[in-house]
Design a protein around this ligand. Sequence first.
Ligand code: SAH
Length: 416
Amino acid sequence: MPSSLHPLLAELARLPGKTVKLQVSNSAMANLHRGYPWLYAERVKAESHRGQPGDLGVVYDGKGRFVAVGLYDPFSPIRLRVLRASKPGPIDRAFFAERLAAALARRLPLQGTQTDGYRLVHGESDRFPGLVIDRYAGTAVVKIYTHAWIPYLHDCLASLLEQQPLDRLVLRLSRGLREHPDCLHGLREGQILYGEPIRGVLTCRENGLLFEVDPIHGQKTGFFLDQRDNRARVEQLARGKRVLNAFSYNGGFSLAAARGGAVEVTSLDQSGQALDSSKRNFALNADVPTIAAARHHTIEGDAFRAMAELVKQGQKYDLVIIDPPAFAVRRSQVREALNAYGRLAHLGVNLLVAGGDIVLASCSNPVSPEDFRAAVCDAAARAGRPLREIQETGHALDHPLDFAESRYLKCLFAQA
Ligand code: SAH
């Protein structure tokens, strides 16, 4: 077991970072004073010079007083991700250690529970803009959304290992970073930054349920950790029911429903790999009597088409869960996304027995909770099955919402 971080991280930490001085618009200045963590490129009036990712960017006001310092990224529409505002100070190991301690303290309620898969650091909301760290038992997956983090990974991750015993750290890169491979300085997607390579199957526990996790090839960082509390709610609703879980991925909701006593669970996804993983997850939890007793079926295919086909066949379920991927990442896609949520709600209520339960989720960031609710309620009403007893829920505690933009998950529980 190596006792230290990958040597490349220490080398990259020594890259001579320069400081870029930025002049910004008045509105951006006001936002920075309020503690807003992003400075958009179009709000920059002047730069002392064109910097490199990983340089620190510093904003001063018209009187030369310090406003903010942060991670500079010349490739991103977010030119600066703020690390410190109002008071200047070093960006060093002690700085990261303090922020990490705060992030870990927030997750203390999860310590000693039956959950060892959860988010340790949730980007902007934990004051680590552009950085996410998810933990799966002894393995943590570090995902960076800007090259600007690269010179700071060493200090940041060394502090993490000091504060949180872990066996392994894995690096994931957001898609945009791969467009500038030079700026990765040899770091690779899926690279092991600490600990042994992954051999065999990695698992984590969520509320006591075991799930296999593939932190290198899996979607997101391997598992959708944000739905933990909503899965627990589904478990409470499931006893004696026939359940359809559309967009099931590796079966998070399916297993929760099965443990809750569902007699039959159908997982529907277009990915055969995801469905295979859901089957293995049922097998992993076969020592739970209700899970062993539940019949698990899978349907591989496009959920819109497959649900329409189930409607045609006259299939009915007591509980329908619909948790699709993000349909909108930009504002211009919101209308189309709402349309898709409406179509899914329409299909969902048509598959429900009278008075059945429906769970609809959206992880589209630009779709507001109000618009999402309106789209699905209107569609259900048009199908002649208006939604009742509506409850709206969101993220679990390890996905804090200090930064409004980080609120992406909307989940609606209702009867129809
Ligand atoms: N509900 C899951 C997460 C869903 S992620 C959970 O609780 O973990 C989105 C899933 O939708 C992925 O598994 C992806 O393979 C699947 N998917 C995307 N588009 C689809 C489509 N048109 N039809 C069916 N599945 C789709």
